[in-house]
Ligand binder design. Structure first.
Ligand code: PGA
Length: 253
């Protein structure tokens, strides 16, 4: 992948007014700044704020993503939002399998169905994988990551030019302010690249990317994106403030 991705995961952190404010400020800051032509900046607000944020960023350097989506296209599925609806809301990306969703019971099988549905709608799935602290302590992290990728991509047949992004997010550093070591990130990204090769042997690797997530901020962003096998970052806390997220964006050359 030649592009780099900076993806803001706003989770359930902002109310609508705050989401509007931060999206407006970021769009304004970016309109006055020349950023790398290969950099894609993506905001993932909650569902309620999606359409407002879509209006604000129309014509800007920012793309829109959702934080989840359901695998059925339409029907009696109370509370769910389909990939088609997400697409209609002007999203190009969708985060799937975030550890905060896995913790609520989302299985590998469900994630697999969601990836399939997202690709059918032409959305770019950002698939989150990563080990918990206990899994790492027990030396299971490689197995966990490989298993999550194999299950997520089982029988997935993307169209030749469809992009798939895997976000390596070690669960135990998310939201802690303490990111993982650079060598560990490099190692995990290599493992993920290999698992992608195994899972999608016929898919052109230039359409597959690995990004890092977990306590990324403006001080450590370059540690990760400067690695040859990491194409960007999924940013939680540090993306909630447009100024701080803008500082991160400016660090990508
Ligand atoms: P964090 O969140 O940057 O606050 O650690 C990242 C994520 O959960 O995607």
């Amino acid at each position: 992948m030649t592009e780099k991705y900076l993806i803001a995961n706003w989770k359930m952190q902002l109310d609508k007014e705050q989401a509007i404010q931060q999206a407006s400020l970021l769009a304004k800051l970016l309109s006055e700044e020349k950023i790398s032509k290969d950099l894609r900046v993506v905001l993932c607000p909650d569902f309620i704020a999606l359409s407002e944020v879509a209006d604000i960023i129309k014509g800007s350097k920012i793309a829109l993503g959702a934080q989840d989506g359901f695998y059925e296209e339409a029907g009696a599925f109370t509370s769910q939002v389909s990939m088609r609806q997400i697409k209609e809301a002007a999203c190009q990306f969708v985060i799937l399998g975030h550890s905060e969703r896995r913790k609520l019971g989302e299985s590998d099988e469900i994630i697999n169905k969601k990836i399939k549905a997202a690709l059918e709608q032409g959305l770019v799935p950002i698939v989150c994988v990563g080990e918990t602290f206990d899994e790492r302590k027990e030396g299971q992290q490689d197995l966990v990551i490989m298993h999550q990728i194999y299950e997520a991509l089982k029988n997935i047949k993307p169209k030749p030019d469809q992009k798939i992004i895997i976000a390596y997010e070690p669960v135990w550093v998310i939201g802690t302010g303490q990111a993982i070591g650079i060598a560990d990130a490099f190692y995990a990204a290599s493992l993920i690249q290999q698992s992608l090769l195994d899972s999608l042997p016929d898919h052109d690797k230039k359409y597959c990317g690995v990004i890092y997530g977990g306590s990324v901020n403006s001080s450590n962003i370059n540690d990760f994106v400067d690695l040859p096998n990491i194409q960007g970052a999924l940013v939680g806390n540090a993306s909630l403030d447009a100024q701080e997220f803008f500082t991160i964006i400016k660090k990508i050359k």
